[in-house]
Every structure is written in C-alpha cells, then in structure tokens.
Design a protein around this ligand. Structure first.
Ligand code: HEC
Ligand code: HEC
Ligand code: HEC
Ligand code: HEC
Length: 133
C-alpha cells in the first residue's frame, strides 16, 4: 500500500517537474551571460578604438557617469568568462528590484531589460529620435 502511494507520489512529482521546466519561456537576454572569445587587443587600443558608436552611447549614459565601465558588465576581454552579451545576472547585481519585477510581473513576460532600454544608452526610455544616431 505504502509502496503504491510512494510510486504515485513519485510519478506525480516527475510530471510536475517536467511541466515546470517545459513551460519556461526562453528569454532573449539569457539568465547567464553568453561567452565569446574576443581577439587580443593591440597595445595602445582601447574599447573606443573599435567600438566607436557603442562607446559614444555609453559615454553619454548614466552608467559612464557612475563609473560602470565596459568591463564591469562584459568582464575583461582576455578572461575566459568574457561576456559577449551580459545576462540578467549582470544587471541583477546592481538593479535587483527591476530583475525581480521582470521575473515575476506578468506584464514583463517574454521581455528582457533590452526590450525597453536600448543597450549602452540605458536611459529610462528608448528614445525614438536616437534611432539614427
Ligand atoms: C582592435 C579592435 C577592437 C578593440 C580594441 C576592442 N574590440 Fe571588441 N570586438 C572587436 C571585433 C572585430 C568584434 C567582433 C567579434 C570578434 O571578432 O571577436 C568585437 C566584439 C565585441 C563584443 C561582442 C561580441 C558579441 O557577442 O557580439 C563585445 C562585448 C566587445 N567586443 C567588447 C569590447 C570591450 C569591452 C573592449 C575594450 C576592453 C573591446 N571590445 C575592444 C574589435 C575590438
Ligand atoms: C550596463 C552594462 C553594459 C555596459 C557598461 C556595456 N555594455 Fe556592451 N552590452 C551590454 C548588453 C546587455 C549587451 C547585449 C545587448 C543585446 O542583447 O541586445 C551588450 C552588447 C555589446 C556588444 C555586442 C552587441 C552590439 O551591440 O554590437 C558590444 C560590441 C558591446 N556590448 C561593447 C561594449 C563596449 C565597448 C562598452 C563600453 C564602451 C560596453 N559594451 C559597455 C551591456 C553593457
Ligand atoms: C555595477 C553596477 C551596475 C550594473 C552592473 C548595471 N547598472 Fe544600470 N545603473 C547603475 C547606476 C549606478 C546607474 C545610475 C543611477 C541610477 O539610476 O540608479 C544606472 C542606471 C541605469 C539605467 C537608467 C536609469 C535612469 O535613471 O535613467 C538603466 C535603464 C539601467 N541602469 C539598466 C541596466 C541594465 C539593463 C543592466 C544590465 C545589462 C545594468 N543597468 C547594469 C549601475 C549598474
Ligand atoms: C516593459 C518595459 C521595461 C522593461 C522590460 C524594463 N524596464 Fe526598466 N524602466 C522602464 C520604464 C518605462 C522606466 C521609467 C519609469 C519608471 O520609473 O518606472 C524604467 C526605469 C528603470 C530604471 C530607473 C529607476 C526606476 O526604477 O525608475 C532602471 C535602473 C531600470 N529601469 C532598469 C531595468 C532593468 C535592469 C531591467 C531588466 C531587469 C528593466 N529595467 C526592464 C521600462 C522597462
């Protein structure tokens, strides 16, 4: 009798676990960063040498004003865990409230931080007039 119950309980749990993982949406901005191999940076070059447009956007952003450098989000380019696309966990270290809201609020379903905040500009709203800059 007990074995039957245990077996029933076990299989219900398995079905539940399966459903729980199967219905998880796949976020565009991953929970964890995606890693790439960045080529070695020639001596004397900085991020701005090659990533001019991104550098300009970042320079004008609240992150530059608060000392949140490229490597704070992406890591060192030479490090094995250099993040090509920083994940939610990166934002979470400083904006835990917003990440918590993104994960729980039904209005946020399927969205990521960069759905609403253009990466590197990161002002409160994506501005329509900044699209061509
Ligand atoms: C000499 C030119 C050069 C310099 C300097 C440089 N990069 Fe890059 N970076 C590239 C190129 C080219 C790519 C495209 C992918 C590749 O070839 O690795 C790239 C890609 C990237 C990517 C995105 C990868 C992806 O997943 O799409 C990031 C993030 C990045 N660089 C950050 C940095 C940071 C941060 C610095 C400064 C520490 C920097 N880069 C300095 C040339 C450069
Ligand atoms: C506040 C965190 C943050 C900082 C600071 C930051 N990035 Fe990024 N970066 C991101 C995120 C998030 C993405 C992925 C955007 C996406 O998924 O569309 C990204 C993507 C990139 C990419 C690849 C995609 C693209 O837009 O071409 C490059 C290259 C890059 N960053 C370079 C830089 C450089 C250079 C700096 C400094 C001038 C910098 N980043 C500073 C968060 C950051
Ligand atoms: C090392 C800490 C740090 C990290 C990591 C970080 N931020 Fe920020 N962020 C700040 C600071 C500091 C400010 C400016 C003060 C403020 O508005 O909270 C800011 C400002 C912002 C703003 C603008 C708020 C405004 O008032 O205009 C947005 C949007 C934002 N961050 C999004 C992100 C996203 C998305 C990520 C992940 C890709 C991220 N941040 C990663 C520290 C960080
Ligand atoms: C559905 C669009 C949307 C998404 C997704 C979104 N935001 Fe925002 N965010 C906004 C708007 C609109 C504001 C400004 C209004 C406000 O203050 O509530 C804002 C404000 C902010 C601010 C300024 C402080 C504040 O609370 O007013 C920060 C920091 C921020 N967002 C970070 C993030 C991070 C990190 C993520 C990802 C976890 C994220 N946001 C996802 C729309 C969004």
């Amino acid at each position: 009798m007990n074995r039957v119950l245990a077996c029933l309980f076990g299989s219900t749990l398995l079905v539940f676990l399966f459903l729980a993982t199967a219905v998880q949406p796949v976020p565009a901005q991953q929970e964890q960063p995606t890693h790439i191999f960045h080529r070695l940076i020639p001596a004397g070059d900085t991020c701005a040498t090659c990533h001019k447009a991104i550098y300009a956007q970042w320079k004008a952003s609240p992150h530059a004003a608060n000392g949140v450098e490229c490597t704070v989000c992406h890591g060192e380019t030479t490090a094995p865990d250099f993040a090509g696309k920083p994940g939610l966990s990166t934002c979470e270290s400083c904006h835990s409230d917003q990440v918590a809201q993104l994960k729980t609020d039904s209005f946020m379903k399927g969205k990521t931080c960069v759905s609403c905040h253009q990466a590197h500009v990161f002002v409160e709203h994506k501005k329509a007039d900044s699209a061509g800059q």
